[in-house]
Design a protein around this ligand. Structure first.
Ligand SMILES: Nc1ncnc2c1ncn2[C@@H]1O[C@H](COP(=O)(O)OP(=O)(O)OP(=O)(O)O)[C@@H](O)[C@H]1O
Ligand SMILES: [Mg+2]
Length: 201
């Protein structure tokens, strides 16, 4: 059974399809309305704003901290018991250099604050920090899926791979709508969603 959802869908594939279509449409609206530029940058509050906006039509927990422990592969994300404290210390992490920003991203990934939708919302959050602080963003269309996932799996132990991979994909095309849309598609592709193209929604 898939996660309980507001759409009343009980079929895994049907939910994945609906979730992709609805939340990608929201991701584009987030950009086009300029709402994304109004959210706090580099804090859990800002990430929760993004998550809520993307998933509010699908999940009742949109924008809210998870209440269950989760793991992926052999890795256990932050225990619920320590999650609030972890998020407070991540909020205070510096974000003035590329290395600091990626270190903050790695910690937010370890926190994994939501029940679902962490990867997709946190990559948008990361780009907001890079945009504000360095006037650059990641061109995710140039980041290979398996390279990315391997580097993220490795990142809690050693962050050199993810830093090198993302540094190589930095672009200063920060107001290019196409870079954003292709980025959303790549980000969703990492998580197994690739039925719709943001451009076509
Ligand atoms: N084994 C791992 N160790 C650490 N981080 C990982 C691991 N596997 C994946 N990640 C990171 O977590 C992100 C999302 O993983 P996961 O699928 O568990 O979260 P999610 O909440 O379902 O996110 P989404 O719904 O956006 O896919 C990945 O994009 C990657 O950045
Ligand atoms: Mg997921």
């Amino acid at each position: 059974m898939p996660l309980e959802n507001k759409l009343g869908l009980t079929d895994e594939a049907a939910l994945a399809r609906a979730e992709e279509k609805i939340s990608k449409t929201k991701a584009l609206a987030l950009y086009d309305t300029g709402l994304l530029d109004t959210f706090p940058v580099g804090t859990f509050e800002g990430l929760a704003d993004i998550h809520r906006y993307l998933f509010e039509d699908i999940y009742s927990f949109a924008g809210q901290m998870r209440t269950v422990n989760i793991a992926k592969g052999n890795f256990r994300f932050a225990p619920v018991m320590y999650l609030a404290a972890a998020l407070e210390s991540i909020d205070r992490m510096p974000q003035s250099t590329f290395d600091e920003i990626i270190e903050k991203y790695v910690e937010m990934n370890v926190a994994h604050p939501f029940r679902e939708g962490n990867g997709r919302s946190t990559r948008i959050w990361l780009d907001c920090i890079l945009k504000k602080e360095l006037h650059q963003v990641i061109d995710w269309s140039r980041v290979d899926k398996s390279d990315y996932l391997l580097a993220m799996e490795r990142s809690p132990v050693k962050d050199v791979e993810i830093k090198a991979l993302l540094r190589a994909a930095l672009t200063d095309r920060i107001t290019d709508r196409l870079v954003y849309m292709k980025g959303i598609d790549a980000s969703y592709h990492y998580e197994g969603y690739h039925v719709f193209r943001t451009e076509d929604l």
